[in-house]
Design a protein around this ligand. Structure first.
Ligand code: SF4
Length: 192
């Protein structure tokens, strides 16, 4: 059994926070276990909760479209969330829920060891880099504790503001360029 399958099994039976009571399915990460890049969102929504897979609803379609635009396929990357169970009515996950769930994300990242982690939206930004609003760092590469991060919007933001669709696509094109450089062992510019 792979290490990620172990994590997956722990997630689907987890009762470490109150969210287990209202979930249909816990939603572990999915994708290529050897991916050079991991995308991290906030938490599952209704469709994800029903199917037990991340980013399968409208936001997931927007994510897939932006990934394809930038030359990524969903199969080659790994996609996960900070919190693995759906908060009721899609409210933001609370601080204690995020802390209870964070070890699973840390484990996923420790096993996969991606060259770069793409942060999707404020909740992931706050959980991974302790940032408060992504506006200042959106579209930038940040180095923290020897890990590289790229910060962009959550695909769900496009649902409420369609003009952000191209912003997300352009960010992913830039990110694909950064990843290409990292794969070639070249230096990339980053903030600390
Ligand atoms: S959200 Fe995370 S910590 Fe809470 S029950 Fe689900 S898997 Fe466990």
């Amino acid at each position: 059994m792979s290490e990620l399958t172990n994590v997956r099994n722990m997630v689907v039976s987890c009762t470490n926070c109150e969210l287990y009571k209202s979930r249909t399915h816990a939603v572990p990460g999915i994708g290529n276990e050897k991916s050079d890049i991991v995308f991290v969102g906030e938490a599952p929504g209704r469709n994800e909760d029903l199917q037990g897979k991340p980013f399968v609803g409208t936001a997931g379609q927007i994510l897939s479209e932006a990934l394809e635009y930038a030359g990524f396929s969903r199969d080659e990357v790994y996609i996960t969330n900070v919190v693995k169970c759906r908060p009721p009515n899609n409210r933001q996950p609370q601080v204690e829920e995020r802390s209870s769930c964070k070890p699973y994300l840390s484990k996923e990242l420790e096993i996969i060891k991606p060259k770069i982690i793409c942060i999707l939206g404020n909740t992931a930004y706050n959980s991974l880099l302790d940032g408060s609003a992504i506006t200042k760092n959106r579209g930038k590469v940040i180095k923290n504790n020897d890990k590289l991060y790229f910060v962009t919007i959550h695909p769900a933001a496009v649902i409420y503001n369609p003009s952000l669709r191209q912003v997300l696509k352009n960010d992913f094109v830039f990110l694909a360029g950064v990843l290409d450089k990292l794969r070639k062992g070249m230096n990339v510019e980053y903030s600390q």
